[in-house]
Design a protein around this ligand. Structure first.
Ligand code: NI
Length: 156
C-alpha cells in the first residue's frame, strides 16, 4: 500500500472528467487500497479518485463508522437543505459554509461490483455529496458562500 499525493486546488486534474468503472481489476483494487491509506494518513472523512490524479469514478467515505467504498456513485434521491461547515483535503487549512441536501440516497457499486443503495443524513450526507461533487470536477468552494471562507477546521 502507498500513501498517494493529494492534489491541491490549483491542479487542473481536480477538474477532469471522470469515467465509470466497468469491472474490478487488480489495478482498481490497488487504487482503492492506496486511496484508503491516503485517506487515513490525512485524517480525512472522504477522498475521491480525482484527488489523487485518477479519472476513475471512485470515492471513499469514513465518518468514523468504517470505510465505505463507492464505485460509480450517484445521488438518486435527496431532500431538505442545510448549511454545513466544510473543508477539503485538496484545500488544506480552510473551511467555508456550503448549502447541502440534509438527506441523500446514493446508488453505487461495492468492491465486488455489486450494486447497492445507502442513505445518509448529517455528516454522512454531507460527505457523500462532497465526494460525488469531486467526481464531477466540483470543489466545495465553487458552491460555498465566499464570505464564510476562513482558516482551519475539519477536512474531507
Ligand atoms: Ni474534498
Amino acid at each position: 500500500m502507498a500513501v498517494l499525493k493529494i492534489l491541491t486546488s490549483e491542479d487542473s486534474r481536480l477538474r477532469q472528467e471522470t469515467r465509470e468503472v466497468t469491472e474490478i481489476t487488480p489495478d482498481i483494487r490497488q487504487l482503492i487500497r492506496n486511496m484508503s491509506s491516503t485517506l487515513y494518513a490525512a485524517n480525512g472523512v472522504g477522498l475521491a479518485a480525482t484527488q489523487v490524479g485518477s479519472d476513475k469514478r471512485i470515492a471513499l467515505v469514513d465518518i468514523g463508522e468504517g470505510l465505505i467504498v463507492l464505485i460509480n456513485p450517484e445521488i438518486v434521491a435527496c431532500s431538505g437543505r442545510v448549511v454545513c461547515q466544510e473543508g477539503c483535503l485538496s484545500i488544506p487549512g480552510y473551511t467555508a459554509e456550503v448549502e447541502r441536501f440534509s438527506w441523500v440516497r446514493v446508488s453505487a457499486r461495492d468492491l465486488k461490483f455489486r450494486q447497492f443503495e445507502m442513505e445518509g443524513t448529517g455528516l454522512l450526507a454531507q460527505a457523500l455529496q462532497h465526494e460525488i461533487d469531486h467526481l464531477d470536477g466540483v470543489l466545495y468552494v465553487d458552491k460555498a458562500d465566499p464570505l464564510t471562507l476562513k482558516k482551519s477546521g475539519t477536512e474531507q
